[in-house]
Design a protein around this ligand. Structure first.
Ligand code: UD1
Length: 417
């Protein structure tokens, strides 16, 4: 199995291009199920999770073609098998996003329940309740959600928790429902906005995406479209955190600085100098970062997907930082691995108190989930000596060519077998 070997201690210098956003591409690929016409997507990152989604769609009868320049073409002339099997859903929870589109298109769907996950329980009750409010009957049998609906009907749905994929699920279903759907307490994440942009291009009538109140007027049919996937704000944030930790000066292109306000604010608080253009971000860090505390929250708050990377930054910062996780109940697994590199971290419930040390030391560590892996990479870049990260398949799910990009910035990083 592949591992990553990092020799720490070098500042980062140079320029890299940010990839398209995994978390936007996943729901957007599912919109192909809503039309017989081709959906052409560009700026699609080369990631395992997106290959899994393509495989899932292909099993349902969707024609999947790849094009040059990070392009993919999806065409669901007919949906022959409206089912998402356990084997695919268990490797990628976002597979449940096919439920709403399948119901809207075929009037039926059979989608495996995702089950647990390394970072917490992650139920899908809000997805189910929302679709039921739109007239679907959903029963749970043998670990599957069996859903049926003649035609979904618009409804006013007050979501009990802010859920990103839940909002996306209901928005896609509502696009083809009869009548108007109003989603209250909707997620405001930029990926929800990107999905709405794609759906609108297909002919959907959606207002308010990006606010907590989304209004969708159902239409009879949707057409094909061409859509460029938004830049990955978490990949961007990861590179910025890496530069803040390792020091140096880097420039990111193809980015969306306006989706990163919380992260940029915290990096500035840590002492980084940051300049943004329309699609570029430059960061310069001289000396040791100051300790900054963060509390995760739904967008526009500080992203839970950036929490682990900021814990790595806090590990070598000057002073003590409090890192509080409010979205997932078990998202501190990386703390134990960071401790193996010499970090001083005390966990009290959902808060980690990180007292910065001058130096981390390289060691063998194990990645437990996607963003945890990124925090170990950042720690490895600043640690003295060599860090060997095991189970990097987690990284491959969410970072496109991470070691090549970091290598281009001067990091000593290689994939070993
Ligand atoms: C998405 C992101 C993930 C990110 C997360 C939070 C994708 C593919 N993944 O995950 O990277 O970490 O948002 O920003 O976009 N919840 C319920 N019931 C539900 C749904 C969610 O109680 O039906 C709870 C979850 O357990 C969690 C919270 O709501 O505590 C937020 O989860 P949610 O926003 O749904 O996360 P995902 O959409 O799965």
């Amino acid at each position: 199995m592949d591992k990553l070997l990092i020799t720490g201690g070098r500042p980062l210098e140079g320029e890299v291009r940010v990839s398209g956003a995994k978390n936007a591409a996943l729901p957007i690929m599912c919109t192909a199920l809503l039309t017989e016409d081709p959906l052409k997507l560009t700026n699609v990152p080369a990631l395992m999770d997106l290959r899994t989604m393509a495989k899932l769609l292909a099993q349902m009868g969707v024609e999947v073609g790849t094009q040059s320049d990070c392009g993919i073409e999806l065409r669901a002339r007919a949906v022959t098998n409206p089912e998402a099997p356990y084997e695919l859903v268990k490797t990628m929870r976002a597979s449940v996003l096919v439920l709403g589109p399948l119901l809207a298109r075929c009037g039926q769907a059979r989608v495996s329940l995702p089950g647990g996950c390394a970072i917490g329980a992650r139920p899908v009750d809000q997805h189910i309740k929302g679709l039921q409010a739109m007239g679907a009957t959903i029963s749970i049998e043998h670990g599957f959600m069996n859903a049926r609906a003649e035609r979904l009907r618009g409804a006013r749905i007050a979501m009990e928790v802010v859920t990103v994929t839940g909002t996306e699920q209901l928005m896609m279903a509502a696009a083809l429902a009869e009548g108007t759907t109003v989603l209250e307490n909707a997620a405001r994440e930029p990926e929800v906005v990107d999905l709405a942009r794609c759906l609108r291009m297909m002919g959907a009538k959606i207002e308010g995406a990006g606010s907590d109140l989304i209004r969708i007027e159902g239409v009879g049919s949707l057409a094909g479209a061409e859509h460029r996937v938004m830049p990955d704000r978490i990949e961007t944030g990861t590179f910025l955190a890496a530069a803040a930790a390792a020091g140096g000066r880097i420039r990111l292109t193809g980015a969306a600085p306006d989706t990163l306000a919380a992260t940029l604010g915290k990096l500035r608080e840590a002492g980084a100098r940051i300049q943004t253009g329309d699609s570029t971000i430059e960061i310069e860090m001289a000396g040791r970062p100051a300790a900054v505390s963060v509390t995760t929250a739904p967008y526009p708050g500080f992203a839970t997907d950036m929490q682990a990377q900021f814990m790595a930054l806090a590990a070598i910062a000057d002073g003590a930082a409090q890192i509080t996780e409010t979205i997932f109940e078990n998202r501190f697994m990386h703390a134990l691995e960071l401790q193996r590199l010499g970090a001083d971290i005390a966990i009290h419930g959902n808060t980690a108190v990180v007292t910065g040390v001058e130096r981390l030391q390289g060691a063998k560590v194990m990645a437990t989930d996607l963003r945890a892996s990124a925090s170990l990479v950042i720690a490895g870049l600043v640690a003295q000596g060599r860090t060997l990260i095991d189970r990097i398949y987690h990284l491959d799910r969410g970072y496109d060519a991470l070691e090549r990009k970091l290598g281009a910035l001067g990091a000593r990083i290689e994939r070993v077998h």
